[in-house]
Design a protein around this ligand. Structure first.
Ligand SMILES: [Ca+2]
Length: 172
């Protein structure tokens, strides 16, 4: 009888461990080489909403998303933060083109301090931070539908001059 009870307890323990493992979601990874955060559920911005993002988790906000009557906007917080945003496609218009999943993000992209997210087809925005003349890269996953700006997740590679790929946050 005692043996059966112990076996039952062991069985229940195994089941509860399994359940915990399956229900656990990785929402944030922060180590020496990368910082990744997944908003679950997504952040949804409607008119007059804004969201600040600390892309490298160093305690200083870097990027702001804003939703206004005239559209959706992304900018660096201020000029003292050496952040730029890609990929920029407009001379004068300050607009952005979508970066596809798995597309390489590096210095070959066009970079700018901010722009209007005028299209609904944007999936990934590139982020570049310049430190001691070296470039660090990351991405932010967004989408726009029904006039709502959705912020899904963001990633930053803490090692300089290493390219990243849009949507990819694990490197082996
Ligand atoms: Ca920061």
């Amino acid at each position: 009888m005692k043996k059966i009870l112990i076996l039952q307890l062991l069985f229940l323990t195994l089941i509860s461990c399994d359940k915990n493992d399956f229900s656990k979601e990785i929402l944030e990874i922060n180590d020496f080489e990368q910082y990744y955060k997944d908003f679950s559920p997504d952040i949804q911005l409607t008119v007059n909403d804004s969201l600040l993002i600390d892309i490298d988790k160093n305690g200083t906000q870097d990027v702001i998303f804003k939703k206004t009557n005239s559209g959706s906007w992304v900018d660096r917080i201020n000029d003292s933060i050496n952040i730029s945003i890609g990929k920029f496609i407009g001379s004068g218009s300050g607009n952005v083109d979508s970066i596809a999943y798995n597309e390489i993000i590096d210095n070959t992209q066009e970079w700018y301090f901010g722009f209007n997210l005028f299209t609904q087809t944007i999936n990934y925005i590139g982020v570049k931070k310049t430190v001691d003349n070296q470039s660090l890269f990351g991405w932010i996953k967004i989408n726009i539908n029904d006039s709502i700006l959705h912020i899904d997740s963001h990633y930053f590679r803490k090692e300089p001059d290493v390219l990243v790929r849009a949507g990819i946050y694990k490197y082996n």
